[in-house]
Design a protein around this ligand. Structure first.
Ligand code: SF4
Ligand code: SF4
Length: 433
C-alpha cells in the first residue's frame, strides 16, 4: 500500500481545525510541504509541546508527506521563541541522510498560523484570493496531522487527540485523550472550574467555537478553553446584534482594514467598506466578505468594540443563501508596504481580550486517563460523514475500523478509540467499556 492509501485507511484529517481529509492533500503534486507548528491561538499549549516530545515523529511524518507529494523540500514552521523545540527538531533533522527538511522561525504574532499568512511568511508566495496553498505549489499540514501521517504509515489509525485544557480551570494541562471523550470529563481532570458560571470553547479564544459541556472531542480539537460566561470573548461570540451595532456605531475609522492580515497580503478586503455598505443597506463591496477568514483580529482592534467579523460572517451567509459565488480571484502582486509593522503581537491580543490572567503553562502529561465511554462523532471532517460498519451490541477493540468513507465521497474513516461495546449509533458511535 502506498502512503496515500495508508493515510486514508488510518482516518487522518487536518488536526488544526479544518478537518480536511489528509489523503487528498497527499495525492497532490507540489514543491513544498509546510508543517504548521505556529499554534497562534493564544493560551493553547498543545502543538509546541507535542513537537518537542515527538520531534522524531514530526520529522518522519514530514518526510513521508514530502515523498508522497513529490515535493523538493519540507519546512517545519514554528515560533522563534520555542528554543528547546527547535533544538529537538534540529537534532532529528541532522540524523537524516538527505537535506530536504528545514526549520523556519515565525514571529510571535496573530495569526501566524493562518495558511495564507504562513505561506507568505515561509516562502514569500501569496495565495490568490479564494485560493489554496496548492495554487502556489504548497501543501500545509498541522503538526499533529504530520505526526498522524507517520503513525498511519506505521499501521496506527487516529484514535487519540492531544489537546490543552486551559482558562478558568484549576490545573491547566495538555494530554492525549481518546477521540469522543466528553468535554465535561476532561474539565474534571483539570480539577474543574472555580467559577459558578462558565462557557466552554472548542479551540482558542480567537477562532474557537462555543460548545456544550456534553459535547465530545474530535480529531480536530486542539483545546478546551473554559471562560467566565460574562467575559468579553464570550460576549463577542454570542452577540446577536453585531449588524445592528455596526449600523449605529461604526465610526469608519478603518482600523479593522488597516490591521486585517488578508488586506495586508494584498487581497480585496477592505473591512470598513463592508461595514459601511452593511450600515447603509447597500451591496457595494459586500462580496469582499468572501475574503474574510474570520480570524477575529478586527473585533479586538475596533475602538468601539464592534464585531466586523460577525458582520462579515452574516454577509457571507446571506450571499451563500442567494447563490452568489465569490467573484474575487486576483493574485496580488505584492503585500502592503506597512505589513511588517502591523503584525499584532500575541500579548497585545491577550490584553485586548482581558485574558492575560489565563496565560499560564499547561504542562504535558503522559498519564493514561480512565475513560469508560466515548461518543465518537461520525462527521469530523470536510465532506460527508463516515458510514457506520458496526451495530449496537458489537464488541470492538481500540483501533478497529467502525465507520468508513462512503463509496466515491469525500470523507474520513473512523476507528474505535477505546475497547468496549457499541451501545448507541446516531450522529455518533457510543462505546462503553
Ligand atoms: S474598526 Fe470598528 S469603528 Fe472602525 S471602521 Fe471597523 S467596524 Fe467601524
Ligand atoms: S476577521 Fe477581520 S481581520 Fe480577520 S480576515 Fe476577517 S476582516 Fe480581516
Amino acid at each position: 500500500m502506498n502512503i496515500v492509501e495508508l493515510v486514508k485507511n488510518a482516518g487522518v484529517v487536518g488536526a488544526g481545525g479544518a478537518g480536511f481529509p489528509t489523503h487528498i492533500k497527499l495525492s497532490a503534486k507540489v514543491d513544498t510541504v509546510i508543517a504548521n507548528g505556529a499554534e497562534c491561538e493564544p493560551l493553547l499549549r498543545c502543538d509546541q509541546q507535542i513537537m518537542d516530545i515527538y520531534a522524531a515523529r514530526v520529522v518522519r511524518g514530514l518526510q513521508l508527506a514530502v515523498e508522497s507529494t513529490g515535493a523538493k523540500n519540507g519546512i517545519i514552521a514554528l515560533k522563534e521563541k520555542y528554543h528547546k523545540v527547535t533544538e529537538s527538531l534540529q537534532r532529528e533533522i541532522s540524523k537524516l541522510p538527505q537535506k530536504n527538511i528545514s526549520i523556519f522561525h515565525l514571529g510571535n504574532f496573530y495569526p501566524a498560523g493562518d495558511e495564507f499568512v504562513l505561506v507568505y511568511e515561509v516562502t514569500g508566495k501569496i495565495i490568490p484570493e479564494g485560493g489554496l496553498p496548492l495554487n502556489v505549489g504548497i501543501v500545509v499540514d498541522n503538526i499533529v496531522t504530520i505526526i498522524n501521517i507517520a503513525n498511519a504509515v506505521d499501521g496506527e489509525p487516529v484514535t487519540d487527540r492531544p489537546l490543552t485544557v486551559c482558562g478558568a480551570v484549576k490545573n491547566p494541562f495538555t494530554a492525549f485523550f481518546p477521540v469522543g471523550t466528553s468535554v465535561s470529563e476532561i474539565i474534571k481532570f483539570a480539577g474543574g472550574s472555580p467559577l459558578a458560571e462558565y462557557t466552554v470553547l472548542d479551540g482558542g479564544p480567537m477562532m474557537g467555537t462555543i460548545i456544550p459541556e456534553s459535547a465530545s472531542i474530535t480529531k480536530k480539537t486542539s483545546g478546551i478553553l473554559v471562560l467566565p460566561s460574562d467575559s468579553e470573548v464570550v460576549y463577542q461570540k454570542t452577540n446577536r446584534h453585531a449588524v445592528k451595532q455596526i449600523k449605529s456605531a461604526c465610526e469608519q475609522c478603518q482600523d479593522c482594514t488597516e490591521i486585517c492580515p488578508r488586506f495586508l497580503l494584498g487581497h480585496t478586503l477592505e473591512c470598513h467598506k463592508i461595514q459601511r455598505s452593511t450600515s447603509a443597506g447597500l451591496q457595494d463591496n459586500i462580496t469582499q466578505a468572501f475574503m474574510c477568514c474570520e480570524c477575529g483580529l478586527c473585533d479586538w482592534v475596533c475602538p468601539v468594540k464592534l464585531s466586523p467579523r460577525r458582520v462579515n460572517q452574516e454577509n457571507k451567509r446571506q450571499l451563500f443563501k442567494q447563490g452568489v459565488k465569490n467573484p474575487h480571484h486576483k493574485t496580488p502582486t505584492g503585500v502592503h508596504p506597512m505589513r511588517d509593522y502591523r503584525r499584532v503581537p500575541i500579548e497585545r491580543v491577550l490584553g485586548r481580550m482581558d485574558l492575560i490572567k489565563y496565560d499560564k503553562p499547561a504542562p504535558f502529561t503522559d498519564k493514561k486517563f480512565d475513560i469508560s465511554k466515548v461518543a465518537i462523532p461520525l462527521h469530523q471532517n470536510v465532506g460527508v460523514p463516515a458510514e457506520p460498519i458496526v451495530k449496537v451490541g458489537d464488541v470492538v477493540k481500540k483501533g478497529q475500523l467502525i465507520a468508513k468513507i462512503p463509496e466515491g465521497k469525500l470523507s474520513a474513516n473512523i476507528h474505535a478509540s477505546i475497547d468496549g461495546k457499541i451501545t448507541e449509533i446516531n450522529s455518533f458511535i457510543k462505546i462503553e467499556r
